[in-house]
Ligand binder design. Structure first.
Ligand code: AHM
Ligand code: MG
Length: 324
């Protein structure tokens, strides 16, 4: 069987869908992949080299150890700043948007990322990941907040790297969802999941049930339908892992608003938008607490949060029916 590397795949998609492309996008993906390989290397060694500790620890190279999420953030920022094609970035770990001007040369891409999603699980060796969302801006667009913060429907690509039993990349450029698995023996991501489609229905539902008493009546009613409807509960507490399972097996995930997190907990730009883009591309649905498309939300600020419900068409419609 011919093995297709991710860069080969990106090239063939570009030839098919954007034959006049300049190569900037491929270059961006290349640097993203390199960042993820570096992060993956550290995640894999986490228990061995004491990278789990806070700053002040010394690793086996005799260097100061950063916490893994700080490390992932600095790897991503360094590579995105230096790849030459990104003009602005937003990170879950950074207070403000970062505008990048490489000696007057301006790239055409804006990227938002969650450098290490699910980081509360690191010490337990549970799957975690890096989520990214990419937009294009033309040369003449001023890099103001208003021009940079756009609806998720305008993303040109989105995806995630999953650091689990194997390291995977799942991405879409708006022409289907493709999954690649890192083969450590050749150091490449190879195509393993072609044109992923979420099953129309699935038997799992995924919620933090401990928040039940803090949810609105509508969300309680919706979740009751699954609890008492023959479904099984699965909840990792690492969004990227919960998303990946839902994408492959079907079913539903919900993180609604609650009394503590009045606008939900998950972030629109780093988590909900890129995952909604993938979910819709895979034939599923992704909606907010009103049952409206996440991808139609106009971001109010860079760290905006949103209730987030996604999954198979049948289960999301069922959830929505509880909204009346
Ligand atoms: P983070 O780890 O990037 O801060 O993301 C937040 C995490 C998600 O990965 C996960 O789905 C969610 O928080 C779990 O929240 P809770 O512990 O409230 O169930
Ligand atoms: Mg996160």
């Amino acid at each position: 069987m011919a093995e297709i590397s991710v860069i080969e795949h990106i090239h063939s998609m570009q030839l098919k869908w954007s034959p006049t492309a300049t190569g900037q996008f491929t270059s961006l993906l290349h640097d993203l992949i390199l960042s993820a390989k570096i992060i993956s290397r550290s995640v894999t060694k986490a228990g061995l080299v004491d990278i789990l500790g806070g700053t002040g620890n010394i690793n086996i190279q005799g260097e100061q150890v950063q916490k893994l999420d700080d490390f992932a953030n600095s790897v991503m920022i360094y590579r995105m700043k230096n790849c030459g094609v990104v003009c602005a970035l937003g990170s879950e770990e950074e207070e403000e948007l970062v505008i990048i001007d490489n000696a007057g040369e301006r790239g055409n891409y804006v990227i938002f990322f969650d450098p290490l999603d699910g980081s509360s699980n690191i010490e337990a060796n549970v799957s975690i990941g890096t989520i990214f969302s990419i937009y294009r801006v033309d040369d003449n667009t001023a890099l103001t907040k208003e021009n940079i913060l756009r609806k998720g429907s305008e993303q040109v690509a989105a995806g995630y790297f999953l650091y689990g039993p194997s390291t995977m990349l799942v991405y879409s450029t708006g022409h289907g969802v493709y999954g690649f698995t890192l083969d450590p023996s050749v150091g490449e991501f190879l195509l393993s999941h072609e044109n992923i489609k979420i099953p129309e229905t699935g038997k799992y539902y995924s919620v933090n049930a401990a928040n039940y008493d803090k949810w609105a009546k509508e969300d309680q009613r919706a979740v009751d339908m699954f609890t008492h409807g023959g479904y099984s509960l699965r909840y990792v507490g690492s969004l990227v892992a919960d998303f990946h399972r839902t994408l492959l097996y079907g079913g539903i995930y919900s993180y609604p608003a609650d009394m503590k997190n009045k606008n939900g907990k998950l972030r629109l730009l780093y988590e909900a938008n890129p995952l909604s883009f993938l979910m819709e591309q895979a034939g599923g649905l992704a909606v907010n607490g009103q049952g409206n498309r996440i991808l139609e939300t106009m971001p109010e600020h860079v760290h905006m949060r949103t209730p987030f419900i996604f999954g198979s068409v049948r289960e999301v419609e069922k959830y929505r029916s509880a909204f009346g």
